[in-house]
Design a protein around this ligand. Structure first.
Ligand code: N01
Length: 544
């Protein structure tokens, strides 16, 4: 069908598509493949970056490496792709993931339908014609019945509003907007603000190169050794021979990882057994530590056993007892904030050229031309690295002026926090699908697993609409209310909301509503719910 002319009398007519996808990361690439090569739709991907890769395009900071095992942090939709691609390490480094995604883009001939350097600024739904009208910062006007956001959950950089930043005479960078050419720290005095997953990966690498590193820590963090290593030929062969089983486990698991959470309670084990199991998990390394017992995220007493184990490890690694005590997390239970994994993070504080500043005890007051000034000291710096995280989950969506039926804006609809049905749709915004949107497992899951499940569901849904000559689908208000209540209920049954400063809650961004955003009911359970909704003729959605 033909698009109407764009609203402005002088504007060029909008280009018409069957579907518009925003973002060329893991989600957007796969969504394009499914819609174009699976359903034969005319689909286009609009990508703000000058390259594909999404989060991996932007996050090229020192030490950037995936926290999921490489072979599980990959697409499962093509057996040929699984067999021909070879991961080199247990956890892939940022450049290796970029090579993988570029390989996928070439192999499935995706580039011809991807427009790089094209930032979507606005999207409005026209209910008379059941079409989305999309505007780009580059002046483009595009229209399609379906709009699919594949914008990622952690793509809007959060640079804290510290007075004086503009006066700083040195260089500063946010880890999520890292310069493509890299940053040379040789001989420099570097200040790093933030000790989340990113800061914990970056600090050891920066410290090894810089003349001096000052780490400004607001919240001490639990971290488990990653134990990264090259994959042996034997491991590579084993992985390729067992992909079916690996995928079966990732789909059956709570978090989309290639291992299951033990059903056992930490409190049933004797102290000696517990210690031995934690020690084995610590030696094995990685996010699997969290799976040692089944109740670490639901029972505070059980969690205490893991939290205490890690605290003791930190005290054992860090030689200066005063520094060690500052690094010991006390204000939240283990894994209620996304647990980092590291390569020699705590060891970094044994170096002579590294200083830890506890900014809870001595808060940052301002940035001066010379460096960072806290209440009690000034730290002269050449480079400041903001490892300060993201306006997570809602940030990338609300950065676009999205307007649904009757001109209602998403920003208004979500003024008190995000409200979705299944994390896939928003009432009042027909034919808009939000890949890994708030209210879906998303960031609590190994992302490619969550992404493939969403893309497959959306593709099946669009196929259903087209086969039945239906022009629109919209989540009902009642189904949304029930889903939001369910999302809160499952979060409240865990310890997750206890982490007061967590970005899961939006607590890291001043003024952001405090709502637990991801779905904590587990990926396997969520997949079943989504499948049942579809099988019941898209229960909770209005089709027309
Ligand atoms: O961001 P974060 P991140 N003054 O928000 C501190 C994923 N990820 O980029 O905790 C001083 O976790 C803040 O302190 P506090 C992963 O899901 C994946 O590290 O708010 N400090 C915190 O220490 C992860 O969870 C991978 O008190 C300030 C830090 O900055 C998510 O991305 C790798 C401050 C921010 O931590 C986000 O991680 C990396 C201020 N004004 C990340 N503002 C892989 O799998 C904030 N902070 C590879």
């Amino acid at each position: 069908s033909q698009a109407r002319p764009a609203p402005s009398a002088h504007a060029a007519p909008a280009e018409a598509f069957d579907a518009i996808i925003v973002g060329a990361g893991f989600s957007g690439l796969y969504q394009l493949h499914r819609l174009r090569d699976g359903l034969g739709l005319r689909a286009v991907v609009l990508e703000a970056g000058d390259g594909i890769g999404g989060t991996w395009y932007w996050n090229r900071y020192p030490g950037a490496r995936c926290d999921s095992e490489s072979y599980a942090y990959s697409y499962s939709f093509s057996k040929e792709l699984e067999q021909e691609w070879e991961w080199s390490e247990r956890y892939p480094e940022q450049p290796e993931i970029m090579r993988y995604l570029n390989h996928v883009a070439d192999r499935f001939d995706l580039r011809r339908d991807i427009r790089l350097g094209t930032r979507v600024t606005a999207a409005r739904f026209d209910g008379r014609e059941n079409r989305w009208h999309v505007t780009t910062a580059q002046g483009g006007q595009l229209t399609a019945p379906f709009l699919i956001t594949a914008v990622g959950c952690l793509s809007t950089a959060n640079v804290p509003d510290i007075p004086g930043l503009e006066s700083f005479a040195g260089e500063w960078y946010h880890t999520g907007q890292w310069p493509r050419g890299g940053v040379d720290f040789t001989g420099k005095r570097v200040g790093q603000i933030g000790t989340g997953s990113t800061g914990i990966q970056a600090a050891p690498v920066i410290a090894a190169q810089a003349a001096h590193l000052t780490v400004f820590q607001r919240t001490a963090n639990y971290s488990i050794p990653a134990r990264n290593a090259p994959l042996t030929e034997e491991q590579k062969r084993h992985i390729k021979a067992n992909y079916d089983e690996i995928r079966r486990i990732t789909r059956a698991s709570t978090n989309g990882h290639p291992f299951l959470i033990s059903p056992r309670s930490a409190l049933e084990a004797t102290p000696e057994e517990r210690e031995a199991l934690y020690e084995a998990a610590w030696r094995h390394g990685g996010l699997q530590f969290r799976a040692t017992f089944g109740d670490l995220l639901v029972d505070k007493a059980a969690n205490d056993t893991a939290s205490d184990f890690i605290r003791d490890k930190i005290r054992g690694i860090v030689k200066d007892p005063e520094v060690a005590e500052k690094l010991v997390p006390l204000d939240h239970p283990f894994a209620t904030k996304r647990p980092p994994i590291d390569t020699e993070y705590f060891e970094t504080f044994n170096r002579d050229n590294v200083l830890l500043v506890d900014v809870r005890a001595d808060p940052i007051r301002e940035i001066t031309p010379r460096g960072v000034r806290t209440r009690d000291h000034e730290y002269p710096l050449d480079i400041i690295v903001f490892a300060t995280g993201f306006d997570a989950m809602t940030g990338p969506l609300l950065a676009i002026d999205i307007r649904g039926e009757d001109g209602q804006s998403l920003r208004e609809a979500w003024a008190d926090g995000p409200r979705t049905y299944l994390g896939l749709q928003v009432a009042g915004f027909p034919n808009l699908f939000t890949i890994t949107g708030p209210g879906s497992p998303s960031v609590l899951c190994n992302m490619p697993v969550a992404i493939e499940q969403h893309v497959d569901w959306v593709t099946d849904c669009i196929r259903h609409l087209r086969e039945n000559r239906l022009a629109r689908i919209e989540a009902t208000g009642a189904a949304t209310d029930r889903w939001v209540a369910h999302v809160n209920e499952v979060a409240d049954a865990t310890l997750l909301p206890l982490a007061g400063s967590s970005w899961y809650l939006g607590a890291n961004v001043p003024g952001k509503p405090r709502v637990f955003m991801p779905y904590a009911g587990g990926m396997a359970r969520y997949r079943t719910i989504c499948d049942e909704v579809a099988a019941k003729g898209y229960e909770g959605f209005q089709l027309g």
